[in-house]
Design a protein around this ligand. Structure first.
Ligand SMILES: Nc1ncnc2c1ncn2[C@@H]1O[C@H](COP(=O)(O)OP(=O)(O)O)[C@@H](O)[C@H]1O
Ligand SMILES: [Mg+2]
Length: 441
């Protein structure tokens, strides 16, 4: 057993030299491998039979005893990730025969690092002749580990407090003009089914960008969630870029999501909510390049970026006006027909719905969907609190009036303070948020 004073990598190398290398028939080299090679979930998705060149194919791995590194596994979202200790990888001639098979021993351990708290160190002992094959295998492991392929069944969250979530909104739950909904779905569907092939034929990166713009509460977040659910049903990979972890809304998160899309080897939908909050001065130039596609790698299966904003005026006109940076802008309107407003109200009132409630519908036209929902919920709460066995129209009217008054009071308050330069106008463009709280710059 080597002494404790030596570094972990020294101890691993000595152990390999003493207890593994002498039994190997071929000449061996030691290489520093990427941590993806001991990422158990990534390994689960490396195909058996993966071609590593020279007629050789990956034939699986087994866990090996290791006298110097104890073995343990780290988990993320119920899935195993990094395993410390020794793994033995086997490569064998493929169906058509080929060069003689070989094996690779990989030993991995966590080591302290000054910058990151801990770092994965993985050292492989590879037959010299098989080095190109091993490097190809390493690359495949890295691709899978970076692509979140293991999380494809759920929406992968980039930069959020949670790593994944289930999209639950149905397309039919959204009350918007039928033509608008059809238009959006057709745009998304036709891009993946037909557009991608056309872009590629024209030698253009298959990267399309849509923007949903509208006042708060019109259903933009719902649309994103419904598209996520629809995309997953098609087998597409869906990444949701979130500003909710401690780093806030940072442009590099969008960049990383696009990288991930490229390595996923699947049609990918990238959702970015409140795009305006990602546009800090210092990332504007980068933003323009990324949206142009010049700074993002190509996903040959197609990447569709869908962004939302409540403040389109905050988005650079160079982004808004130049074709190719945002391909299409959909304006998501307030409830603009009695028909939609009525169906939505009926939906939120459920069993409490009565014919007399129709009287309030005209007053709901022109309001965002969230407003109609609030009117219904508050009225139902009032009715229950006052022990009614039904919901009188009057309570719906009271609820509507209370909400209108509140919004009016808030508008007056904000306008007044904007005039006095108290800086409250900053609420229009929150920049840094953590768990919904505004942070100081
Ligand atoms: N068009 C709509 N159809 C159905 N419900 C809506 C609609 N718009 C808003 N809502 C309701 O209001 C809530 C907030 O809407 P949201 O999608 O977050 O709005 P936005 O992202 O545009 O600000 C939703 O969860 C939903 O309950
Ligand atoms: Mg929203």
């Amino acid at each position: 057993m080597p002494s404790g004073a030596e570094s972990v990598h020294e101890r691993i190398c000595q152990w390999i030299e003493q207890s593994y290398r002498p039994q190997q028939p071929d000449q061996q080299v030691l290489v520093l491998s990427p941590s993806a090679c001991c990422h158990l979930t990534a390994l689960r998705y490396v195909r058996a039979g993966f071609d590593v060149g020279d007629g050789l194919a990956y034939a699986g791995y087994s866990e090996q005893p290791c006298a110097i590194i104890s073995s343990f596994t780290t988990f993320f979202e119920d899935q195993p990730t990094f395993r410390t200790g020794a793994l033995l990888f086997r490569f064998a001639p493929g169906d058509g025969g080929g060069a003689a098979g070989f094996q690779v021993l990989l030993v991995s351990a966590w080591v302290d690092d000054e910058d990151v708290n801990a770092n994965m160190l993985a050292i492989a002992c590879v037959p010299s002749r098989a080095l190109p094959a091993w490097l190809k295998f390493e690359k495949e492991c890295t691709r899978i580990a970076n692509s979140a392929i293991p999380f494809r069944g759920r929406v992968y969250v980039m930069g959020g407090a949670e790593a994944t979530f289930d999209a639950t909104v149905n397309w039919d739950d959204i009350y918007l003009p039928a033509r608008l909904k059809d238009d959006i779905l057709q745009d998304v569907d036709s891009f993946f089914k037909k557009g991608v092939a056309i872009y590629r034929r024209l030698n253009i990166k298959p990267f399309r960008k849509l923007l949903f713009a509208g006042v708060p509460g019109t259903g933009k977040t719902m649309l994103c969630s419904a598209i996520a659910k629809w995309g997953q049903a098609q087998g597409y990979f869906v990444v949701y870029v979130s500003g909710s972890n401690r780093y806030g809304a940072k442009f590099w998160k969008i960049h990383e999501a696009l990288d991930m899309a490229a390595s996923s080897e699947a049609p990918t939908i990238v959702l970015v909510e409140e795009l305006d909050s990602y546009l800090e001065e210092d990332s504007r130039a980068q933003m323009l390049n990324v949206l142009d596609g010049t700074e993002s790698p190509e996903n040959k299966f197609g990447t569709l970026l869908i962004a939302t904003t409540n403040h389109p005026e905050a988005i650079d006109t160079r982004v808004l006006k130049r074709p190719g940076r945002l391909d299409r802008i959909f304006i998501i309107p307030e409830m603009n027909s009695e028909d939609d407003a009525g169906r939505m109200l009926q939906n939120y009132l459920g069993d409490s719905w009565r014919e007399e409630h129709r009287g309030i519908i005209p007053a709901l036209v022109g309001k965002p969907g969230a407003f109609i929902r609030e009117t219904a919920l508050y009225a139902l709460t009032l009715a229950a609190y006052q022990n009614y066995d039904h919901l009188p129209l009057k309570l719906l009217r009271d609820s509507l009036r209370a909400l209108e008054d509140q919004i009016e009071a808030k508008d007056d308050f904000l306008t007044a303070h904007r005039k006095t330069e108290l800086g409250l106008h900053a609420v229009r463009k929150p920049k840094k948020r953590q768990n919904g709280l505004l942070l100081e710059d």
